[in-house]
Design a protein around this ligand. Structure first.
Ligand code: GLY
Ligand code: MN
Ligand code: MN
Length: 435
């Protein structure tokens, strides 16, 4: 669990970055309607969660950097016993201060009265426009009003600066506590993958396996960090396959991409294994190419190496392997330069991971790949997909989709692999599936 002290430290750091004369505003996510009067499960906005750990809707954080420590304010719902009877306990105004460590809290209904007063006299507002158009209008309306009415009397804020840059740079570097939480998220996801491998049999349905994953996540008090992909046979070649309703055939591979969300933090694991527990020759050959590509990529993960080296290493080994198997023709240099590998290696090799599965943070700085630094966490996930209709490729490979995805932390030496609890060599997988 992330403690209040860490949330308070994050708010202070952000206030420090914003500087005196700024007001920082972060709004909670709104409830999203699924259909008629049914809502999707509520998920707090990740920036909001990062700064507060507060997971109720209808809330707003206001940070007022000052000469000393600044002030953290939470606008939230007032306690309402009638509503609590329907929806469960709310923190309320007192709870916001006592349980969440804000300096002050006010009812969310008082935003129109209190916020303009907080903005008056400030130079700039840090706020992400575009997420909540109704509030954007209110805010811009207040700014215009100030300017028209009170030009000479006091300073009116005349810029809105995107919050994302500073805040997302902070989010990119995980603290020790965050890594502990992410390791737990990864371990639970690994357990789900293990269970899926152990129960999988020909004749089952993708939905059966989907249910097994949810079984482990739910029993460990996790949400899914995204809808699991459970793709048997050629369904593995559909990158965002989520229908998970086809039967699992003897002799095919199954690709599972599933991650847990524990205490807000995502894990994101992919494993590909034979439905009947035994790789065929061609399956093993292609699998070993993807595995070699992933291991080479993970080998580049260390402080000081450019981010793009991870992808370059994975692509080089995957391309070499595809040439050896006759899937690609010509020389390695030609296949790399002319990007022939892109027919079958269609996505990037990874992404930042954190409160969002595709987490925030820049990949480039001034047009150059950024350099890896300790505390960054990301996925390494090479994949080769040979569509069923790829007539340029020998029949043996058609309809095979293989991805292997792990979650790694950058350190000064070799990568710290959060997802090492779930095996990935063909022999270890076969052994687990036969046990
Ligand atoms: N599960 C989404 C991804 O691997 O990026
Ligand atoms: Mn994934
Ligand atoms: Mn991923």
């Amino acid at each position: 669990m992330i403690k209040n002290k860490e949330f308070a430290k994050r708010r202070l750091r952000l206030m420090d970055m914003a500087g005196e004369g700024s007001v920082v505003i972060v709004r909670a996510s709104s409830h999203k309607v699924r259909n008629n009067d049914v809502h999707y499960p509520y998920r707090q906005d990740s920036d909001f969660l990062y700064l507060s750990g507060f997971s109720e809707p209808e809330a707003m954080i206001v940070l007022l950097p000052g000469d000393k420590e600044g002030r953290s304010i939470l606008f939230c719902r007032e306690k309402d016993s009638h509503r609590e009877m329907w929806d469960g306990v709310m923190a309320g105004i007192e709870g916001a201060v006592e349980q969440f460590g804000f300096d002050e809290a006010f009812p969310v209904s008082e935003i129109p009265k209190r916020l303009p007063r907080m903005l008056r006299g400030c130079d700039r507002i840090y706020y992400d426009l575009g997420k909540d158009p109704d509030f954007d209008h209110l805010l811009i309306g207040w700014m215009n009003e100030f300017r028209a009415k009170t030009r000479k009397k006091f300073q009116a804020p005349d810029e809105i600066i995107a919050l994302g840059h500073n805040l997302h740079e902070m989010r990119l570097f995980k603290s020790r506590t965050e890594i502990t939480v992410m390791r737990k998220s990864a371990r639970i996801a690994a357990r789900a993958h293990q269970r899926a491998m152990q129960v999988c049999k020909p004749g089952m349905n993708e939905a059966d396996i989907h249910a097994e994953l949810l079984h482990t996540f739910t029993r460990n008090q996790c949400e899914v960090s995204y809808i699991p992909i459970v793709g048997g046979g050629a369904n593995a070649c559909v990158l965002h396959y989520i229908s998970n309703r086809a039967s699992l055939n003897d002799g095919d591979l199954l690709l599972i991409d599933a991650g847990a969300e524990y205490d807000g933090y995502a894990s994101d694991i992919t494993r590909t294994f034979p439905i009947n527990g035994k790789f065929t020759g061609p399956q093993k050959d292609l699998y070993d190419v993807v595995l070699a590509s992933q291991l080479e990529a993970i080998d580049t993960v260390r402080e000081g190496n450019p981010w793009e080296h991870v992808h370059e290493a994975a692509v080089r080994i995957a391309t070499e392997g595809m040439i050896d198997l006759g899937i690609l023709k010509g020389s390695l240099d030609e296949a790399l330069e002319e990007e022939h590998f892109k027919h079958y290696y269609v996505h990037n090799t990874g992404h930042w991971l954190g409160l969002d599965v595709h987490d925030v943070g820049e990949y480039e700085i001034d047009g150059h790949s950024r350099v890896l630094e300790s505390g960054m966490v990301f996925t390494v996930e090479p994949g080769i997909y040979i569509p069923a209709n790829a007539t340029a490729v020998d029949k043996a490979w058609r309809g095979m989709g293989i991805r292997i995805e792990d979650n790694v932390v950058v350190t000064r030496s070799e990568a710290d692999i959060l997802t090492s609890d779930i095996c990935k060599t063909t022999s270890d997988i076969e052994e687990l599936m036969s046990s």
